[in-house]
Design a protein around this ligand. Structure first.
Ligand code: C5P
Length: 303
């Protein structure tokens, strides 16, 4: 790799818990979720360039201004009055869209990579604010591991790492629009009282995940399973094959399943190869420490 060119991973997330408590005045939804980073990852390579140029090995991914990586780069340019650009290459493995936070993760990795490339000095909380303006899931990717997200999903509280080694993620060939999925839920307008009590219940559920994985829940399931029956078929198939738990991730269409042994997971992985339209990934959880080491946060996340 030429000097001043470096690569960083961009990990996917799953949601171990996702409760939507109501619709806010700003049009977003108030939620409580438990994010978890997993080993499925894209790679971003950064190099010096006069302009901001993004390339991607997957022709289906738009590489123009609508890409969150380009948005992140332009945001930093504006914020810091930078005139140089960056050459960024995205090696895409995370299905998009898929409920796995791929775009948000790419944006967070892009912010971290460009801060390093341009040698910018930024406080951690300011980085989170910039992330928030790009997408609701972005701030989580400055933490990694297991964390509770509240508000729009942008207020992050770190929790003890949840660990699972035998996970399959299955993504059927269905594009769910997160915006539509939220709109179709018909969540009630938020009152402070209901929101606070739901938040309390959700925090309790999040913390008791360690005691009972059966607390895994996602409020999108009813809506998304009805709109896209193929997603319901994925969950049913995983449970029929012997998964201990299976749950839609985010607004889908990916479903993850936890198995009690590697052997069982391998058997199911092999069996699912018959489903030609499904993408199947064998993954494990990534702890916060491992996540932060691999992203080489260095000084920006410890200032
Ligand atoms: O923040 P992000 O761009 O990822 O959100 C995509 C869409 O999902 C938003 O435009 C909004 O319609 C919906 N959303 C929401 N409530 C949230 C997060 C997202 O209604 N907490």
């Amino acid at each position: 790799m030429p000097e001043n060119t470096f690569a960083l991973p961009s990990f996917a997330k799953i949601n171990l818990l996702l409760r939507v408590s109501g619709k806010r005045a700003d049009g977003f939804h108030e939620l409580c979720t438990v994010f978890q980073t997993v080993s499925l990852r894209d790679y971003l390579t950064f190099g010096e360039n006069k302009k901001i140029v993004l390339t991607c090995d997957d022709a289906k991914i738009p590489a123009g201004d609508e890409n969150l990586i380009v948005k992140a780069a332009k945001l930093l340019q504006t914020e810091f009055g930078v005139t140089e650009g960056a050459k960024i290459h995205l090696e895409k493995k995370i299905p998009a869209p898929g409920g796995l936070g791929g775009g948000s993760s790419n944006a967070a990795t892009a912010l971290i990579g460009i801060v390093r490339l341009w040698e910018l000095k930024i406080e951690f909380l300011d980085l989170c604010e910039l992330g928030k303006s790009i997408g609701s899931d972005v701030p989580f990717f400055f933490y990694g591991g297991t964390a509770i997200g509240t508000g729009r999903g942008t207020e992050i509280t770190q929790t003890e790492d949840f660990q699972a080694e035998n996970i399959l993620i299955v993504t059927p060939n269905v594009d769910v629009s997160t915006k539509d999925a939220f709109a179709r839920m018909n969540a009630p307008d938020l009152t402070n009282k209901t929101s606070k009590s739901i938040l309390k219940i959700c925090r309790y559920e999040a913390e008791s995940l360690y005691l009972r994985q059966s607390n895994l829940k996602n409020d999108f399931e009813a809506t998304v399973f009805e709109l896209y029956p193929e997603t319901a078929r994925v969950k049913k198939k995983l449970l029929d094959c012997g998964a201990e738990y299976a749950l839609l991730s985010g607004s889908g269409a990916s479903v993850f399943a936890i198995f009690d042994s590697d052997l069982k997971r391998r058997e199911v992985f092999d069996e699912l190869q018959n489903e030609r339209a499904w993408r199947v990934f064998a993954v494990e959880t990534i702890s916060r420490q491992d996540y932060q080491n691999q992203l080489n946060f260095g000084e920006i996340l410890h200032s």
